[in-house]
Design a protein around this ligand. Structure first.
Ligand code: GDP
Length: 425
C-alpha cells in the first residue's frame, strides 16, 4: 500500500479529501431503552464538539457557549447521522432506532455503520431487550465496544455485567478497563492497555483527567485482568501470540494493533466503563472508538448487482471506484426541508452532479449536499467514499435506493452479509 504520513492511500483517496479513509469512523450507539444511549451520545458530541470548536476559534469561551447552548436547548442527536471530530478522526454517528423488532429501518441503519458502541447499564446488566439489540448487531457482524454505563448508581457491578455478556450474550467480552470505586465512590478507571489510572474531575463536565497511581488494593487485579486481556487476544491473533511468547513482552502498540484486529474480526468485544451522566469515562470511550473500531477500509467491499446485465459487482472503499451509495433514511429538517441521508461506499458524490436511481431508472441533479453536526449544518461540495451526509430536496430518491452513475449502475438492495461470527444460544 502506498500511504503518506497522514495514512492516506493515493490509489484510493482523492486529493481534496480533508479526512483520509483510515480516519473515518461510521458508528452507531446501540442500547435498549434507558441504558443511557441518549446521555452517552450527547456527551460524545459535547466532548468532540468542544475540542473541535476550541480548535476552530482559538478561544476558550467556545466551551462556555457550547455549555450554555447545551443547557438551553439540549445538544441531542436530532439527525439520522451526526458528524463530530476526535483526534483528527471524522466520527459519523448513525442514529439506530431504539425499538426491539427486526424492522427494515433497524436493519438499514445497521447496514450503513461499520462499528458500534453497545451501552449497557451497570446495575441492570444484560436484560432481554439488550439481547435483542445485540443479536441484531450480530446478524451484520458489526464490530463492537461495550460501554458499561451508570457506574455511579447504587448496585453498579462492572464485573457482573462482563460476566453476563459472556454467559447470556455469548459475547467474547473482555475488560480493557477496570472501574475505580462504584456507586458514590466511583471516581475513574484503570486502562489495562497502558496501565494508567485516571480520575475525572467533578466540575468542567469532567473534562479534566487527572492521572493517578493505580490504587494499591487494585494492583493485583489490574495485573490479572491485563494478563487475561493479553491471553484472550493472543488466542485469536497470531502476531500477538508471537510477541507474547517472546521474552521481550507485549508492547502497548502491539497490544492495541492486535486488539483492533480482533475487535474488527468480531473475535473480541472490548468492555469499557463509565458514567455518562457524571461525565466519567466518555473521553476514553472516544479514544477506543478511534483506536479499535474499523474504518471503511477495514470493511469488505460492498456488493451489488448490475441492473442491466444482472452481473454481480463489488466496489471497494475508494474515491476512484464508480459512485456507489445507499439512501438509508429520509428526514425533514426544519431549516432545509427534505433530506436524504446517504452512505457513500465508493466513488464521490458531488454537488451539481447527475445521479442515477436504478429503481426508478431516472436521473436527478444534486442541488445541495450537507454534513450534519450537533449544532450546525455544513454545506459541502463532495461526499467522499466512506462518508455520510445528506442530499437536500431530492425528489426521486427514497429509503433503500442506491445512488450511482447512469453509465456504471449498481443496485445494493440485496446485499448478502457474512454469517455472524458470534453465535447466539
Ligand atoms: P436511553 O433511553 O438509552 O437513551 O437513556 P437515557 O440517556 O435517556 O437515560 C435514561 C435515564 O438514565 C435518564 O434519566 C438518565 O439521566 C439516566 N442516566 C443515563 N446515564 C446515566 C449514568 O451514567 N448514571 C446515572 N445515575 N444515570 C444515568
Amino acid at each position: 500500500k502506498r500511504k503518506d504520513a497522514n495514512g492516506s492511500d493515493s490509489r484510493r483517496e482523492a486529493e481534496g479529501r480533508a479526512h483520509p479513509l483510515a480516519s473515518v469512523r461510521n458508528i452507531g450507539i446501540i442500547a435498549h431503552i434507558d441504558a443511557g444511549k441518549t446521555t452517552t451520545s450527547e456527551r460524545i458530541l459535547y466532548y468532540s464538539g468542544k475540542v473541535h470548536k476550541i480548535g476552530e476559534v482559538h478561544d476558550g469561551t467556545a466551551t462556555m457557549d457550547w455549555m450554555i447552548q447545551e443547557q438551553e436547548r439540549g445538544i441531542t442527536i436530532t439527525s439520522a447521522a451526526t458528524t463530530c471530530f476526535w483526534q483528527d478522526h471524522q466520527i459519523n454517528i448513525i442514529d439506530t432506532p431504539g425499538h426491539v423488532d427486526f424492522t427494515v429501518e433497524v436493519e438499514r441503519s445497521l447496514r450503513v455503520l461499520d462499528g458500534a458502541v453497545g451501552v449497557l447499564c451497570a446495575v441492570g446488566g444484560v436484560q432481554p431487550q439488550s439481547e435483542t439489540v445485540w443479536r441484531q448487531a450480530n446478524k451484520y457482524s458489526v464490530p463492537r465496544l461495550a460501554f458499561v454505563n451508570k457506574m455511579d448508581r447504587m448496585g453498579a457491578d462492572f464485573y457482573n455485567v462482563v460476566d453476563q455478556m459472556q454467559q447470556k450474550l455469548k459475547a467474547p467480552a473482555v475488560a480493557i478497563q477496570l472501574p475505580i470505586g462504584a456507586a458514590e465512590t466511583f471516581k475513574g478507571l484503570i486502562d489495562l492497555i497502558s496501565m494508567k489510572a485516571m480520575h475525572f474531575s467533578e466540575d468542567d463536565m469532567g473534562s479534566k483527567v487527572e492521572y493517578v497511581d493505580i490504587p494499591a488494593d487494585m494492583a493485583a487485579d489490574a495485573e490479572a485482568y491485563r494478563a487475561e486481556l493479553i491471553e484472550k487476544v493472543a488466542e485469536v491473533d497470531e502476531e500477538l501470540l508471537e510477541a507474547y511468547m517472546d521474552d521481550a513482552g507485549v508492547s502497548e502498540s502491539a497490544l492495541i494493533a492486535a486488539l483492533r484486529r480482533a475487535t474488527i474480526a468480531n473475535d473480541i468485544v472490548p468492555v469499557l466503563v463509565g458514567s455518562s451522566l457524571k461525565n466519567k469515562g466518555v473521553q476514553p470511550l472516544l479514544d477506543a472508538v478511534v483506536s479499535l473500531l474499523p474504518s471503511p477500509l477495514d470493511i469488505p467491499a460492498v456488493e451489488g448487482v448490475n441492473p442491466k446485465s444482472e452481473k454481480e459487482l463489488s466496489r471497494e472503499a475508494s474515491d476512484f471506484e464508480p459512485l456507489t451509495g445507499l439512501v438509508f433514511k429520509m428526514a425533514t429538517d426544519k431549516f432545509v426541508g427534505k433530506l436524504a441521508f446517504v452512505r457513500v461506499y465508493a466513488g464521490q458524490l458531488k454537488k451539481g452532479q447527475n445521479i442515477y436511481n436504478p429503481r426508478t431508472k431516472k436521473r436527478e441533479r444534486i442541488g445541495r449536499l450537507l454534513r450534519l453536526h450537533a449544532n450546525h449544518r455544513e454545506d459541502i461540495d463532495v461526499l467522499y467514499a466512506g462518508e455520510i451526509g445528506g442530499m437536500v430536496g431530492q425528489k426521486l430518491f427514497t429509503t433503500g435506493d442506491t445512488v450511482c452513475a447512469e453509465n456504471d449502475p449498481i443496485v445494493l438492495e440485496n446485499i448478502e452479509f457474512p454469517e455472524p461470527v458470534i453465535s447466539m444460544a
